[in-house]
Write a protein that binds this ligand. Structure first.
Ligand code: 5GP
Length: 130
């Protein structure tokens, strides 16, 4: 069965998309721990990030770099932190999270509650900075 991220990539499930290339797709996390929290996902479904073939993993990292630079321009922050967890969705992905300190990358903190308008505005800002 297709993963929830594969369904997002095909458009079966809606998302706030920020970027796409031949092999990768990026969209806002629906339960963000920070404004501009993005997931970068390879289009080919692999559960564990480090099982991805070297060339596709390189593509994903370079794609994430491009997206991270756009997030950094769109959202005031010191850096874009990256994390891979993968315990909830078995489709490898990289979390790109605007941070000002280590405390901003704590997945136990309460998730932000954003309106559809806020999600749209954040996604548009990132897209404009790609
Ligand atoms: P992980 O697998 O890295 O532990 O967590 C998966 C992440 O995917 C979580 O941060 C969660 O909020 C996000 N997520 C799960 N389902 C959806 C969804 O349907 N849409 C979006 N945009 N994000 C999702």
């Amino acid at each position: 069965m297709a993963s929830i991220f594969s369904k997002i990539i095909t458009g079966e499930i809606p998302s706030y998309k920020v970027a796409e290339d031949a092999h990768n797709f990026a969209f806002l996390d629906i339960n963000p721990i920070a404004r501009g929290h993005v997931l970068a996902v390879p289009k080919t479904e692999t559960d564990y990030l480090f099982d991805i073939a070297d060339d596709r993993l390189s593509d994903l990292i370079l794609f994430s770099k491009r997206v991270a630079k756009a997030i950094k321009k769109a959202i005031p922050c010191k850096r874009i932190g990256i994390a891979t967890v993968g315990l909830e969705v078995p489709h490898a992905h990289i979390h790109l999270i605007p941070i000002n300190g280590i405390y901003d990358i704590d997945f136990n903190r309460p998730k932000l509650k954003l309106s559809p308008e806020e999600f749209r505005e954040i996604a548009e800002n990132i897209v404009q900075n790609l």
